[in-house]
Design a binder for this molecule. Structure first.
Ligand SMILES: Cc1cc2nc3c(=O)[nH]c(=O)nc-3n(C[C@H](O)[C@H](O)[C@H](O)COP(=O)(O)O)c2cc1C
Length: 260
């Protein structure tokens, strides 16, 4: 194994990018971040990448935790690949800062545009636009693989810097502490069939079925996996998700996300 890729993904974009990148790079292991948190890898690697979605113009809390806890191979080439619906904010810079505190270096940070999945603000974009993005993703991943093979350093894709900085300050810095309890806003319609998919698909085991209905346990990542993968769209967030089109990457199935 030359490279290891750790992913976190709720609707499959980041998992798809991780898999495509693995195909381009060769000799890669793709592993879920959630399980690897406290375990050192038993195999040596030259390069380690993290692939994840941007949340609120910053890092998902679990990704930050991974970077704080994972036992990294000394002197390895570490890179960050963020998938995002619009703007990366300061996700890579945050990753860089956490690693720096551990005397480690983030060698490069790449951003890949994918369909957005934040249903409280917008529904899934039309199929044709999704397909166009998927075609562009393929080329983008090829380019990124080229940089990684060359062990390029110093690339941090966070343009335009000022807007990303301001949005990060406004949303992530001010609000990320409240994310774990943001699950108080989820509720379930009577159409819930008690199938339990939400419990199984939550990447951080934040959902427990109680009398056939999901209960959220307040260590949420706000990733929307429960809402997006509910087969009858019974899960809602506050008053803002009813009637909005759900999203997941067409090449990724629920079992893939459950595998985290
Ligand atoms: C809570 C939340 C916050 C998000 N914030 C941002 C953001 O700040 N900027 C952005 O471009 N996309 C944002 N998105 C969209 C996701 O980053 C994007 O759709 C990503 O590719 C989803 O990856 P996944 O399918 O692997 O979960 C957000 C999505 C969620 C659920």
């Amino acid at each position: 194994m030359k490279t290891v890729l750790f992913y976190f993904s709720a609707t499959g974009n980041s998992l798809k990018v991780a898999r495509d990148l693995a195909d381009e790079l060769g000799e890669v292991k793709v592993l879920p971040m959630t399980k690897a948190m406290i375990l050192p890898l038993d195999e040596k690697y030259e390069a380690l990448g993290i692939v994840y979605p941007v949340y609120m113009f910053g890092l998902p809390l679990i990704v930050a935790e991974f970077l704080r806890k994972f036992i990294f191979e000394p002197r390895s080439y570490i890179f960050s690949v963020a998938t995002l619906g619009g703007l990366p904010g300061r996700a890579h810079t945050l990753a860089q800062g956490i690693l720096k505190n551990r005397d480690l270096e983030l060698s490069a940070g790449f951003s890949v545009l994918m369909p957005g999945n934040y249903t409280p603000l917008y529904g899934a974009i039309p199929q044709e636009r999704q397909q166009k993005m998927f075609r562009e993703e393929k080329q983008r991943v090829r380019d990124i693989a080229g940089f990684i093979k060359e062990r390029k350093r110093g690339i941090i894709e966070e343009k335009p810097f000022l807007i990303n900085f301001l949005l990060y300050k406004l949303l992530y810095q001010a609000g990320s502490r409240r994310i774990p309890r943001a699950d108080e806003g989820f509720w379930v319609k009577d159409t819930c069939t008690k199938c339990g998919i939400c419990e199984k698909i939550c990447p951080v085991e934040n959902i427990k079925m109680v009398k056939g209905k999901p209960q959220w346990l307040h260590y949420c990542q706000h990733c929307m996996a429960c809402l997006q993968w509910c087969p009858v769209e019974a899960i809602q967030y506050k008053k803002s998700t009813q009637g909005k089109k759900r999203y997941h990457h067409p090449d990724i199935i629920a079992e893939d996300i459950m595998g985290q």
